[in-house]
Ligand binder design. Structure first.
Ligand code: MLT
Length: 322
């Protein structure tokens, strides 16, 4: 009896010690898109501060492909020890199940949610010499010349692809869809005029719009963004049904211990309360979730509601994966 008691005490002590000391080495965050895109930008802003709280570096690993589902699949299969986490979003953890019938993860069951990092309004943007500058003109041109136009996105299941699928469904326009490993590289080609337009997250676009290297046609939120006060809303532009915002959030693999989840969620919470982090995200047009909105429980509810929301929309739009 004494031996059992001693073994139980030792096991508890070891567990408590490992939980108290987590992390004892750098943590890897898989970003399922190429460097330089919105998911990567948000990941780097929040993890720079999280590293300070955790006392260990959070290292970004960009793993692109298949609209983010390659990277998220890999992250979902990592050891649940807290040393591999991921930045997912409305595409990978909302739209993907409708688009990938054989998806190798379930957004609502394969993860330990950590917390929401930032909300990201969506904009319709074009190359700078696109022959329309307002939403009415853009939609008309898209409907009549779509066959000649290339839309840049980050692959089936990405936010950019999902939101432009909604635009296609609302306008019934037909255009060529060009997939990149992220909207960072896609934006380079938009600036170069190699592609014609896209639907992207605001945090990827503000510097280029302000520099005039691309054109902002409309923002798909009820109100204009403080970081882009001159960009009209889709409602002002006559397409009020095109209302869509994305979100980016941190997840760990399922079965990650509650202590590790608590440490990661606490570090994210501190990052989102930091004035410099808030300033950088706000300048890029991102929105910061409030205290209630950034908990693991809130993220679980958000994922469940987003999968339920996007599945009928995408099926009705006929947006299917390759
Ligand atoms: C997307 O879903 O479009 C991605 O967020 C793009 C990116 O981050 O590169």
């Amino acid at each position: 009896m004494k031996r059992i008691l001693l073994a139980a005490v030792a096991a508890f002590a070891a567990h408590a010690a490992s939980a108290q000391s987590y992390p004892t080495r750098p943590v890897t965050m898989i970003v399922p898109f190429a460097a330089g895109g919105p998911t990567d930008v948000i990941a780097r802003i929040v993890t720079e501060h999280m590293s300070r709280t955790l006392g260990q570096q959070v290292i970004i690993e960009n793993v692109g492909g298949a609209g983010g589902t390659v990277g998220i699949t890999r992250a979902s299969q990592a050891k649940p020890d807290g040393y591999t986490i991921m930045m997912g979003h409305m595409g990978t953890h909302g739209a993907a199940p409708a688009l990938y019938p054989n998806l190798k993860y379930d957004p609502a069951k394969s993860f330990a949610p950590i917390g929401l990092a930032a909300g990201t309004p969506i904009l319709i943007v074009t190359k700078k010499d696109f022959p329309a500058s307002d939403l009415k003109g853009f939609v008309e041109y898209l409907k009549t010349n779509g066959a000649k136009l290339n839309e840049a996105n980050a692959g089936v299941g990405s936010v950019s692809h999902t939101t432009c699928s909604l635009l296609q469904s609302l306008t019934q326009a037909k255009f060529t869809r060009v997939a990149y490993r992220g909207t960072g590289p896609a934006l380079n080609d938009l600036v170069a005029g190699q592609v014609d337009f896209g639907c992207d997250q605001i945090v990827n676009l503000v510097p280029q719009i302000q520099a005039g290297t691309i054109k902002a046609i409309a923002i798909a939120t009820p109100e204009r963004s403080p970081s882009l006060p001159d960009v009209p809303t889709t409602k002002e532009g006559g397409l009020p049904e095109f209302q869509v915002s994305a979100w980016n959030a941190i997840f760990a693999p399922k079965d990650t211990s509650p202590e590790v989840v608590k440490a990661l969620a606490g570090a994210l919470d501190k990052a989102l309360d930091d004035d410099n982090v808030k300033k950088r995200l706000h300048e890029l047009g991102g929105t910061i979730p409030d205290k209630q909105g950034r908990t693991p429980e809130a993220l679980q509810k958000l994922v469940e509601s987003e999968v339920a929301r996007w599945t009928p929309i995408l099926k009705a739009a006929g947006a299917v994966a390759n």
